[in-house]
Write a protein that binds this ligand. Structure first.
Ligand code: NAD
Length: 490
């Protein structure tokens, strides 16, 4: 399979977009070079689209929606096509895992885990397509009132570079299951798996114009897509700053939006927790994908009486962590690009200069190319909750430890940032599990685990500055549709 991938890339390193079921470049012919973060070398190109290309893609999606080949197709048949796409992703799993790893720098085993989750999204939404239904509502005598769930129309999906294949799958799965048509713009740093899966959708038999993919810079293709009057709904996953720009653009036409933004997620460790179970999960929650994960568990709040013990155990693990190229499959890969590496390093330097204690530091593999974008993981101890490091999303392998004295203080600390995406609670006290899980302001709370199994079925999204609307599970199907009420007079 890896040989297959090399062949594809050797023959076809100029990736094309998909508009109306056809593979096309940008009208201007402009392209963007695609670099591998493991060594910084360019190995492919993607089209650099502008407003003209966006207009073509939105028109194709509009035509497909209005003609009704998709929205009027029986829901179970839409579901079958999504399931078929999942099967094709599985058949091409090794190729897609290798492509995702090379494009993003993530270790190959993470690429494989992403493929497994991607398959699950297409299976889940394929199976769910015919299971969303409306209600009949008790109303006035002589009337029957009922509701239908109808598609918005043309949905625009703007996705980030950290989990491109998975995030594409949850957008495509929910939007298409409900009968919408789609234009997806992946991040310019990692568009290849999105394009490849778009090609597989053609092979699966999706009607022309149902799933369109355009690539390009956020400020150009992304901005044109989010402002396009032909778009009915925008779903975005990315940074809060871009989220604000997209909501402003969407507001000009009063369109609905789903916003999945950043996080500064806490994990609260009480003295009665099973520390042996917690430790590997606490480390993985910040190291997975190099910490470039919106739900990264970047703050660990530890009850005072066990602070030294837990900090010592975490330090021992951190000192052994090694960053290296995606194909070496070490603990973590490089950052996505040079700017992200600089950004993470700046947080580390500023925190150390501000006097925050560096408890442990991992390393970069001796054979890692100097031209790659590596950052050694860092564990900071006894962090002031008001420090920049405690408040801002670093989006890198940087973990901060805090100590608390009682449950009240733990909850206050957990809720002390602008974000509210995910939280972890570690305790063996059943009543406390319920109390704390209810009082932490986060869209998902895990008790004695964290991010278990990818959670395709579990609604996901933020409180506070982490966003609004929900992806994943059945909730995403509600967001990707609108309720119509019909009243019959007898
Ligand atoms: P980003 O906001 O820079 O880019 C995301 C997407 O938006 C890309 O496709 C980009 O091209 C596009 N974009 C950029 N500027 C735009 C504009 N003006 N108009 C329209 N589109 C524009 O984010 P990123 O750097 O790719 O991702 C990192 C951020 O995403 C982090 O803050 C992270 O927490 C967040 N994130 C959140 C989730 C979640 O589900 N909550 C998941 C992954 C990442």
């Amino acid at each position: 399979m890896l040989q297959n991938l090399s062949r594809i890339i050797a023959q076809d390193k100029n990736f094309l977009n998909i508009i109306n079921g056809r593979r096309v470049g940008a009208v201007t012919g402009k392209t963007i070079a695609v670099a591998c973060p493991s060594d910084g070398s360019d190995f492919a190109t993607i089209p650099a689209c502008d407003a003209t290309d966006v207009d073509r893609a939105v028109s194709a999606a509009r035509l497909a929606f209005e003609e009704g080949a998709w929205s009027h197709m029986p829901a179970f048949e839409r579901g079958r096509l999504l399931t078929r796409l999942g099967q094709l992703v599985e058949e091409h799993g090794d190729e897609l895992a290798a492509l995702e790893a090379r494009d993003t720098g993530k270790p190959i085993r993470q690429g494989k885990a992403d493929v497994a989750a991607t398959i699950r999204y297409y299976e889940f939404y394929g199976g769910a397509a015919d299971k969303i239904h409306g209600d009949t509502i008790p109303f006035l005598d002589g009337y029957t009132a009922l509701t239908l769930r109808e598609p918005h129309g043309v949905v625009a999906g703007i996705t980030p570079w950290n989990y491109p294949m998975q995030i594409m799958a949850r957008v495509v799965g929910a939007a298409l299951a409900m009968g919408n048509t789609l234009v997806i713009k992946p991040a310019e740093d990692a568009s290849l798996s999105t394009i490849r899966i778009g090609e597989l959708a053609i092979e699966a038999g999706f009607p022309d114009g149902v799933l369109n993919i355009i690539t390009g810079f956020g400020g150009e293709a992304g901005a044109a897509l989010s402002a396009h009057p032909g778009v009915d709904y925008v779903t975005f996953t990315g940074s809060p700053v871009t989220g604000t720009a997209i909501q402003q653009a969407a507001a000009t036409n009063n369109r609905g939006v789903t916003m999945e933004l950043g996080g500064k997620s806490p994990q609260i460790v009480f003295a009665d927790a099973d520390i042996g179970k917690a430790l590997p999960v606490l480390v993985n929650a910040i190291i997975q994908n190099g910490g470039q994960t919106c739900s990264a568990g970047s703050r660990i709040l530890i009850e005072h009486s066990i602070y030294n013990e837990v900090a010592g155990e975490l330090a021992a693990r951190f000192n052994n962590l090694v960053a290296g190229p995606h194909d070496a499959d070490l603990d973590l890969g490089p950052m996505i690009n040079a700017a992200q590496k600089r950004r993470v390093e700046n947080y580390i330097t500023a925190a150390a200069e501000a006097g925050i204690e560096v408890v442990a530091r991992g390393s970069i593999h001796v054979d890692a190319p100097l031209s790659g974008f590596y950052v050694a993981p860092v564990l900071f101890g006894a962090v002031d909750p008001a420090a920049v490091l405690a408040q801002e999303e670093v989006f890198g392998p940087v973990l901060s430890l805090f100590s608390f004295n009682d449950e009240e203080e733990a909850i206050r600390l957990a809720n002390s940032t602008e974000y509210g995406l995910v939280a972890g609670v570690w305790t063996s006290d059943g009543a406390r599990q319920h109390r704390v899980a209810k009082r932490v302001r986060a869209g998902q709370v895990y008790v004695n685990s964290y991010g278990a199994g990818g959670g395709v079925e579990l609604p996901f999204g933020g409180f506070k500055r982490s966003g609004h609307g929900r992806e994943k599970g059945f909730e995403a199907l509600y967001d990707m549709s609108a309720t119509k009420t019909i009243v019959f007079r007898h």
